[in-house]
Structure formats: C-alpha cells, structure tokens
Design a binder for this molecule. Sequence first.
Ligand SMILES: C[S@@+](CC[C@H](N)C(=O)[O-])C[C@H]1O[C@@H](n2cnc3c(N)ncnc32)[C@H](O)[C@@H]1O
Length: 159
Amino acid sequence: MKESTFINLGATNHGKSKREENDYYATEPIAGKLLLEIEPDLNNIWECACGEGHLAKVFDEAEKLGKATDLINRGYGTVEDFLINTNPYHNGDIVTNPPYKYAQQFVENALERVDTGRYVCMFLRVLFLESQSRKKLFTTQPPKTVYVFIIFFSTHCSP
Ligand SMILES: C[S@@+](CC[C@H](N)C(=O)[O-])C[C@H]1O[C@@H](n2cnc3c(N)ncnc32)[C@H](O)[C@@H]1O
C-alpha cells in the first residue's frame, strides 16, 4: 500500500471573503517546515498545485523539491493541470495543499502516480475525513497518518 498522509494546515484564512477563483489560498510556510521535520524521508517532492510557491520554496530550500506546477501561472513553477494525466508517473513524493473542491481527485490522482512506499501528503481540512462519498477511497487506500496542525497567528510574536 502506498503511504498517504492527510493533513490540516495553516492556510491563509479567507473564511469570510468570497472564495478565490481556482481555490487559491496560500499555505503558511511553517506548515511545510513542520512536515519535513516529522516526515524526514520525503524527497523529490512534486508540489502539484504550487500557487506562489509558499510550500515549494520551503521544500526547495531543504533540497527536497523535484518540481512545482500549477494550473495558473502565479509566478512560481510551471503550468500544468494536475488532473490531466500528462505526467502519469512521478518518481518521488507528492505534497500539496490542493484546491479543496477537487481534493479527492488530487488525492486519487497522486496515489496513482507514485510508487508503493512513496508518500502522498495533502494539507486538508479535517472535514475531509468525514464524507461518506470517500468511503471507497478510505477503505482501499486509508490514510497512514493524520497530523492535525494548529497554527496560531499573532502580530505580537515573541522570538
Ligand atoms: C489552496 S491553493 C494552494 C497553493 C499552494 N499549494 C500553497 O500551499 O500555498 C490551490 C492551488 O491549486 C491550483 N489548482 C487548481 N486546480 C488545479 C489543477 N487542476 N491542477 C493544478 N493546480 C490546480 C490553484 O491555482 C491554486 O494555486
């Protein structure tokens, strides 16, 4: 069984505003740093919905980034629709904070593209685990680990 990790994240909170087109919400880079700390074997990472590179830059600095792509050119990585199988195989791990409305497709698509033993890590809301429509996914390829990140934002951070 391929290893998969479903994770909640410290995404920029747009809860009260209109949802961004293409579900663009930048992830707090600290979430990527914490992930590398707890999953040090991650390597040759494909950030397949990279946005402006908030996660990808962290992976690049740690020399763990294989490639970064997004449907939209946001000034980082290259343009590629992850849900179209132009690159069906990835010789490494896949990590992203996907567009929530296509989260399940991203998880399924990612699991198909990596080898057994590699990682698919998705930053998702905990709510993702609750849907009955994902019963088949969770029965056939259940998440190996679920980390719940709680990130507190403050304008008065102590060093
Ligand atoms: C929630 S944002 C996350 C951005 C980035 N991963 C981060 O953590 O900061 C989701 C991103 O998915 C991209 N996206 C939406 N549909 C996509 C698709 N079919 N293929 C690739 N990227 C897609 C959006 O353009 C957006 O940048």
